[in-house]
Design a protein around this ligand. Structure first.
Ligand SMILES: C[S@@+](CC[C@H](N)C(=O)[O-])C[C@H]1O[C@@H](n2cnc3c(N)ncnc32)[C@H](O)[C@@H]1O
Length: 196
């Protein structure tokens, strides 16, 4: 694959069009099924960089108010096929530039932070905090790796804590139950509550 900038939509557009999507799990993770079953009714859920959006469907089917965004049209084509009647939850939007409809109760993370070049990580933390209301939660999968090249760009030890310091407090942390090959052994499920 040529080296375009993963901060822009062209990088992702090309990969979805060529069906080169090694990050695509093709299913809803067990952790998400358990989370969906545990939530109070009608939570407002934001899914940035939703890709094929399997999880968006799981949240929507359970009655939650979902906004699933991606800035790649080809990703959204894939997501529409997965979502069927729930496709109205999709929006073509740039996480950093567009009004997404804050405040949300929950932001779901999977393979979005690690898709962003490191130079965007502080802006990611600021934007997630801005999208959440008081007591809101950032929940999902985070990827650690000592490698420098990406995507996926891996977190180093202590990096996530430094990034979220003063913005979020971690309330849950466990190894991912069933990672796909690219993330195997390097992925954890975590829940972070937005600080007041
Ligand atoms: C590695 S893929 C992960 C997709 C999905 N979360 C999953 O788990 O399969 C990263 C996704 O983030 C999207 N993306 C990257 N930067 C974005 C931005 N600034 N705004 C919206 N979407 C973005 C890409 O188009 C791509 O679909």
């Amino acid at each position: 694959m040529p080296k375009e900038d993963p901060a822009g939509p062209e990088f992702w557009e090309k990969r979805y069009r060529e069906r080169f999507t090694p990050w695509d799990a093709g299913a809803v993770p067990a952790e998400v099924r358990a989370l969906v079953a545990s939530l109070p009714p009608r939570q407002r859920v934001l899914i940035p960089g939703c890709g094929s959006a399997y999880e968006a469907r799981a949240f929507a089917e359970a009655g939650h108010d979902v906004v699933a965004i991606d800035f790649s049209d080809a990703a959204l084509v894939a997501a529409r096929a997965v979502l069927g009647e729930w496709r109205t939850v999709l929006r073509c939007a740039d996480f950093f530039a567009d009004d997404l409809g804050a405040p949300f109760d929950l932001v779901y993370e999977r393979a979005f932070l690690c898709a962003l070049p490191r130079r965007r990580w502080t802006a990611y933390a600021e934007r997630v905090a801005a999208e959440l209301g008081a007591g809101g939660r950032l929940v999902g999968f985070f990827f650690w790796s000592e490698g420098e090249r990406g995507p996926p760009f891996g977190l180093k030890t202590g990096e996530l804590e430094a990034l979220f310091a003063g913005r979020f407090a971690r309330v849950a942390d466990a190894p991912a139950q069933a990672s796909i090959a690219v993330f195997a052994g390097k992925e954890r499920w975590q829940e972070w509550v937005r600080s007041p």
